[in-house]
Ligand binder design. Structure first.
Ligand SMILES: [Fe+2]
Length: 368
């Protein structure tokens, strides 16, 4: 299975992983064969890429950390909370989100590798809901690493999944503005932290630690954040965890105003933020479980070999296990073999190669 940009999809390709919109509806089910109509529709919806299963590299399986059903149920229920608020001006459906979060935590606790290898592909429409759930998943993974018990995980997860609730009260034209925000518009965006906190803390059944996350998730260790400009340990640990997850997920997604950063760039950007923008221990825990080079990435090594990432292990995010496809002379390996960077310290990844170009060359050379 490999990720292919929508502009490189061709009729006849088989969908390797269901494409689901932010409402939780399946647009294209796993196993469907693409045709021109489907491809045009994906492009129209702003879906950037699709996982394709074409038999080539079929031994590469890209696993999500939670099941598709759990992820999309959580998205659907979060969206419902936001939508119902628009009509009723009150928060309803929080118990259902609590249940969905409980299932999500259980799946993450039962997952024994906990390595984030999958970039959650989503369209540009209704970015907030997919982002809320992904932020929640990344936050829980970080907190599991930090030894949180189930009760604490639950409080954190509720704060994470609703951290941007206050965006309900920010005008859509500002939230989805394609260009750079003016200073005044940015001031309006900033109000979402306090709005979210007020809405959640007005609900007596909602734990105050979880609502603090909505208030503080844009605060930064060095005091440069908002709304209060808090610094160091005046910021709750939950808020740092959600802050790191929030930033990573935002960096790796296409936004109306910029393209997504590839995972290795987002990894590098976060690597330098310990005790600067976020608490060091939180950043360390987060990066332990997020692959800089997700499974299926094509990478070039310092000795000029080219390979595809087969496996990542927690704690070794920069040293995956590879399958070598091109040798040091840049010729295709007729018998690709495995190379584990975890036990070969002299080899390192120096470059990530655009998905299809190299694979097409490899396939052509091997078949002729
Ligand atoms: Fe936010």
């Amino acid at each position: 299975m490999r990720k292919v940009s929508v502009d490189r999809l061709k009729s006849g390709m088989k969908v390797g992983r269901s494409v689901i919109n932010t409402n939780g509806q399946i647009l294209l089910a796993h196993g469907i064969i693409l045709n021109e109509k489907f491809i045009k529709r994906l492009a129209h919806l702003g879906i950037p890429a699709v996982y394709i299963d074409d038999g080539f590299l079929s031994d590469i399986q890209v696993e999500d950390v939670v099941s598709e059903r759990t992820r999309y149920q959580a998205i659907e229920l979060t969206k419902k909370v936001f939508q119902d608020f628009q009509y009723t001006r009150s928060l309803t459906g929080l118990e259902k989100v609590e249940n969905a979060v409980g299932v999500l935590i259980k799946e993450l606790l039962d997952n024994d590798t906990l390595m984030v290898n999958l970039v959650d592909i989503r369209g540009l429409d209704e970015y907030t809901f997919g982002h809320s759930v992904n932020t929640c998943i990344l936050a829980v993974i970080t907190a599991i690493h930090m030894g949180y018990n189930e009760k604490k995980l639950h409080l954190l997860a509720m704060g994470a999944i609703l951290h941007d609730l206050g965006k309900i009260l920010v005008p859509q034209e500002i939230l989805n503005k394609p260009g750079k925000l003016t200073d005044e518009e940015f001031e309006v965006i900033k109000t979402h932290s306090e709005f979210g906190y007020r809405l959640l803390s007005a609900n007596k059944d909602f734990n105050s630690i979880s609502s603090t996350v909505a208030w503080q998730h844009h605060e930064r260790y060095n005091g440069s954040g908002y709304p209060q400009g808090l610094a160091g340990n005046r910021i709750h640990e939950f808020s740092f965890i959600v802050g790191v997850a929030d930033v990573y997920d935002a960096l790796t997604a296409d936004r109306v105003y910029r393209k997504a950063h590839p995972p290795h760039e987002a990894f590098e950007m976060l690597s330098g933020t310990g005790d600067y923008l976020f608490d060091y221990e939180v950043v360390k825990a987060f990066l332990y479980h997020v692959a800089a080079y997700p499974v299926g990435s094509l990478v070039r090594l310092n000795n000029r070999q080219t390979g595809v990432v087969l496996e990542n292990r927690p704690g070794y995010p920069l040293r995956p296990k590879l399958k070598i496809l091109f040798n040091v002379q840049d010729e295709p390996e007729l018998n690709p073999y495995e190379l584990d960077l975890g036990v070969h310290p002299n080899f390192s990844i120096i470059n990530v190669i655009e998905e299809d170009d190299v694979l097409d060359v490899y396939k052509k050379k091997i078949c002729t």
